[in-house]
Design a protein around this ligand. Sequence first.
Ligand code: 13P
Length: 248
Amino acid sequence: MSKKIYLYGNWKMNMTAAETEEFFKNFNYASDDKVDIAVFPPFTSIWAAHKAAGSGVHIGAQNCYVEPKGAFTGEVAIGMLKECGVSHVILGHSERRHIFGESDELVAKKVKACLDNDLVPVFCYGEKLEEREAGKTFDVMERQIKAALNGLTPDEIAKIIYAYEPVWAIGTGKAATSAQAEEVCAWSKKLINEIAGKDVKPVVLYGGSVKPNNSKELLSMDAIDGALVGGASLKQDTFIEIYNAYAK
Ligand code: 13P
């Protein structure tokens, strides 16, 4: 149990500013050499999280735009996020790809813009159920990962945090088995290192119905460095228990 675990909570479109303050009441957990903790509130709760969380919890955004300012109605610039205490940004999440139509190319531009501005991209990728059933899992992910890393230096590739999120496991209560998740995370590390041309020791998280009752098995796998948690990150107890169940 020597590896560092990344415990990242994607709140999606949940948690008002008031609920965010409530979440962080008596929140006595901070990142250290064993665990790296981040939460990703909706834009309107980022400031509240930044004020309430304390310095041991990274605050992230769930999206950003690539231009520094201007006529981009509805978008939020990286500088604006940094001003509110943001250090990480989730990019390429399946809900952005499939509900809002974000392309591999746009995701790649966002990854690069974050790297250029010293924000950590949390880059998500993963296959849909029909793609898995058609035997296309690795083709789809290779396309997504290669597009995002195109033209980046090995140093930049090393700064990204990767999150394998099979679409069929997100919000369904049907997590990937530890063997399925391990297979993809190990394969991802190999591919990322091949693209970088050297071993950049990529950090790869698994996301998709991670709960306290399956986290020990998932987080114990060799190639899985942590969890990107949706539903179970909305309550302090279940969020922290995902780590504790592993660490105990
Ligand atoms: P759930 O944990 O709710 O399945 O969501 C996973 C996810 O999409 C995290 O980004």
